[in-house]
Design a protein around this ligand. Structure first.
Ligand code: HEM
Ligand code: HEM
Length: 316
């Protein structure tokens, strides 16, 4: 285990979280078209950071910094890391951040079309997922983790966690489509709001079942209970922020410009959504690390194997 590499991966993951907040501030301040050009801003390399340019150009600066950090992280991984799949993930992180930067530029050049802005918001979450996964894979707790005993009864935890993760990812995409389908001065489309509320219900059931199953079955294993508890707490906060975001967005079309508390609440809802997603990723990765695959199948394989061994030793 390389402690320096792990600390740096954690640092890049934290910087990515800050970048997601900076991006959400662009959307909530309706600053996406503060400058219509890219890669320059108003024809300049470094424009005066006034008005909405503060948010838009500020986001570009933070994004460039994270891009540089990702290059350093990839090189650090290629030099220090021996596991081939972690090296590949390091290269993938760099490709993802480049694609994300291009999507950001594209959404500006095309004047924020729904599909491109939504894709930019979604890839941001996937990139965050990648940097957090790199931090997990390079950590001491991951490398030193030991297998846990088989689960007795109930749906396998690996499956419960995977279902929760997929449900959250779909909910993030519905949320991004909802958010980019109407700016602050127009009402959000009702069908998308209903889909997002339905999604919240599915996520609550899926993540609630996965986390509670972890807490019940492995209550002494902090490796699993810690991310399960954190994901559950964040989910409660996220549901409250969602309701608050809805209420403030109902009122925002009457305002002369994007105002607080709408700005801070919608930004907090995007940021907490990202945290719910990554805490569930940590839980799922750890479940795959220490829990056996499909206990029933494994058992029948072992039985089958021991019968074959018997036959081999004693053919008649
Ligand atoms: C490279 C890493 C980048 C990441 C991780 C990132 C992330 C984000 C996030 C999370 C949002 C908020 C989405 C939302 O609130 O729904 C956003 C918005 C935005 N980003 Fe980026 N971004 C990156 C690079 C860029 C670049 C290079 C540009 C170049 C112009 C850019 C332009 C924008 C614009 C214009 C918006 C507002 C879109 C809208 O309001 O429809 N981004 N970004
Ligand atoms: C499981 C719980 C939830 C998750 C994970 C979640 C996630 C998200 C995310 C990530 C976004 C923004 C996506 C982006 O642009 O990148 C969003 C937008 C939104 N969500 Fe949720 N959400 C949840 C529950 C709720 C609930 C219960 C409500 C209440 C009605 C709600 C209302 C909204 C609204 C109104 C927006 C758009 C905000 C805006 O226009 O600025 N969410 N959601």
């Amino acid at each position: 285990m390389n402690r320096g590499l792990n600390r740096f991966a954690i640092f890049v993951a934290c910087a990515t979280f800050f970048l997601i907040i900076a991006g959400a501030l662009v959307t909530s301040n309706d600053a996406g078209l503060a400058t219509p050009d890219w890669p320059l801003s108003n024809g300049q390399f470094f424009p005066k950071m006034v008005g909405n340019l503060f948010w838009e150009h500020g986001h570009r600066i933070v994004a460039t910094t994270v891009g540089m950090l990702t290059i350093v992280l990839m090189i650090y991984i290629l030099v220090k890391e021996k596991r081939d799949w972690v090296r590949k993930l390091g290269i993938f992180a760099l490709l993802a951040v480049i694609a994300q930067g291009l999507l950001g530029g594209l959404t500006v050049r095309l004047m924020l079309p729904l599909a491109v802005s939504t894709a930019h918001a979604t890839l941001a979450q996937l990139f965050f997922c990648t940097t957090v996964s790199l931090a997990v894979f390079t950590s001491r707790s991951w490398i030193e983790a030991r297998p846990l005993p088989e689960e007795t009864g109930g749906t396998p935890l690996r499956l419960l966690c995977t279902v929760a993760l997929v449900a959250i990812f779909l909910q993030l995409i519905i949320g991004a489509t909802l958010r980019h389908s109407a700016p602050w001065d127009r009402h959000l489309p009702t069908p998308l709001i209903l889909a997002h509320i339905g999604g919240a219900l599915v996520v609550t059931i899926a993540l609630g079942s996965a986390s509670l199953a972890v807490l019940r079955r492995y209550k002494d294993e902090k490796f699993l209970t810690r991310p399960a508890l954190i994901a559950l707490l964040l989910l409660v906060v996220q549901l409250s922020l969602g309701i608050a975001a809805y209420i403030t967005r109902l009122a925002s079309p009457n305002d002369p410009q994007p105002l607080n508390p709408m700005i801070s609440i919608t930004v907090a809802h995007v940021a907490c959504g990202a945290l719910v997603f990554v805490s569930t990723i940590v839980l799922t990765l750890r479940a795959y690390r220490v829990l056996p695959a499909r206990p029933a199948l494994r058992e029948s394989f072992l039985q089958d194997y021991s019968i074959r061994q018997d036959l081999h030793v004693n053919p008649e």
